[in-house]
Design a protein around this ligand. Structure first.
Ligand SMILES: Cc1ncc(COP(=O)(O)O)c(C=O)c1O
Length: 394
């Protein structure tokens, strides 16, 4: 090609004026991503090595061991999938559903809807049980539905990031086993932050993300499955209809063969190894306690400033608090003010809660007393500037 025919950077929309990449400093106290730990960022910035290099293979084994600890399980097939939480969510559906199979989805927010959408695309026979956003299911409700609907898979979100609800999971695994059903859990906003006992709670399949409790950037989705799930996978009559997320292929790379499947995002795996190592060093129970303590401090502080929280304390989610926007307040105005003038991100409500709540996240590295105090102080001093009526109080 001659020089004249090239679309040059100089004459194409003045591309030469695009500056070196710059990202403003932010404290991410929304629904995620959360800030990455500085040690994670150091690991992320290392030069890549080959994804079949023996040094990398040894690092992969560390990631798997650390993940088993963080998931509290002994599952052989435990790995970080390439892609954000939705990738492992889709893998959980694509690999375990065959056309016409029954899945029961307990839906109490936005991410339950996403499970329904995915299961429908993979041609499952989908049954849904619904709860209003802000409420959790009872053990009895779930037991009744599984016993009467007899699904092949029961799926539920542990920590519903859209509503701020923490769903109790104990006992559901036993119901699933008695009814010959796989128990699938979305742990995107709980892994590495809240009590989650995969083996003890008899969870057969679970997935999460890297950008919340694990203090990493988005890009990987930890996944784990036990032998019940392995048996279901190996008894499939049809090929998994998604090549990239096919667990039997991924198993050849993450299992003992270490055979190439796709080029692993090696730097993200350096990062997750570091995030998981920091959790193991702190101790899982200490990590859970830290998240609970900081969340309680936030809840008490907000309530003493007159704010109302959407979810009752019994099933309120420590990693994500939904705060009702007082009727006399410009919710977007306050949120934008925090971002533009203080570099702090909090989230708007999602879906049907949009404009009704703010979503405040305390996850991973960001769950610390200093961040809670900083945010409470801003609610105290800045919120009044966003009152729609001059004289209103909340
Ligand atoms: C509960 C839940 N499930 C699934 C997802 C999807 O994960 P991702 O956005 O990383 O793909 C999210 C995202 O925040 C989530 O909060």
């Amino acid at each position: 090609m001659t020089e004249a025919k090239l679309i040059t950077a100089l004459n194409k929309d003045n591309l030469s004026h695009i500056s070196k990449t710059y990202v403003p400093s932010r404290l991410l106290l929304g629904p995620g991503p959360s800030n990455a730990h500085p040690e994670v960022l150091n690991a992320l910035s290392l030069n890549p090595i080959g994804h079949l290099d023996e040094a990398y293979i040894s690092l992969m084994s560390d990631v798997q061991k650390l993940l088993r600890y963080t998931w509290q399980c002994n599952n052989r097939l435990t790995l970080p999938m390439s892609g954000t939480g939705s990738a492992a969510m889709e893998a959980s559906i694509a690999n375990f559903i065959e056309e016409g199979e029954k899945i029961l989805i307990a839906k109490k927010g936005y991410f339950g809807d996403r499970l329904v959408d995915m299961a429908t695309r993979y041609k499952a026979q989908v049954s849904v049980i619904d709860k209003p956003w802000g409420e959790a299911f009872t053990y009895e409700e779930i037991k009744y539905e599984i016993e009467t609907k007899k699904p092949a898979i029961f799926a539920i979100v542990h920590a519903e990031t859209s509503s701020g609800v923490l769903q109790p999971l104990e006992g559901i695994g036993d119901i699933c086993r008695k009814n010959n059903c796989l128990f699938l859990v979305d742990a995107v906003t709980s892994l590495g932050a809240l009590e989650l006992l995969i083996d003890e709670w008899k969870i057969d399949l679970a997935y999460s993300c890297s950008q919340k409790g694990l203090s990493c950037p988005p890009g990987l989705s930890p996944f784990t499955m036990n032998t019940r799930a392995e048996e279901k996978l190996s008894s499939r009559k049809t090929k998994v209809p998604n090549w990239y997320l096919d667990l039997s292929l991924l198993n050849k790379y993450w299992g003992s063969d270490r055979v190439y499947h796709h080029t692993a995002p090696v730097n993200m795996n350096f990062a997750i190894r570091e995030g998981l190592r920091l959790i193991a060093n702190e101790g899982l129970e200490n990590v859970w306690n830290r998240h609970n303590t900081n969340a309680k401090k936030l809840w008490n502080g907000l309530e003493s400033l007159g704010m109302e929280l959407l979810v009752p304390e019994d099933y309120r989610l420590p990693t994500l608090t939904t705060v009702k926007i007082p009727p006399a307040v410009d919710g977007d105005g306050f949120r934008n003010h925090l971002l533009r003038n203080f570099g702090i991100e909090i989230g708007n409500g999602l879906g049907e809660l949009s404009g009704k709540v703010w979503r405040v996240g305390l996850m991973g590295f960001n769950s610390c007393e200093e961040n809670v105090n900083r945010l409470l102080n801003l609610f105290d001093t800045e919120l009044k500037k966003f009152s729609i009526f001059e004289s209103s109080t909340f």
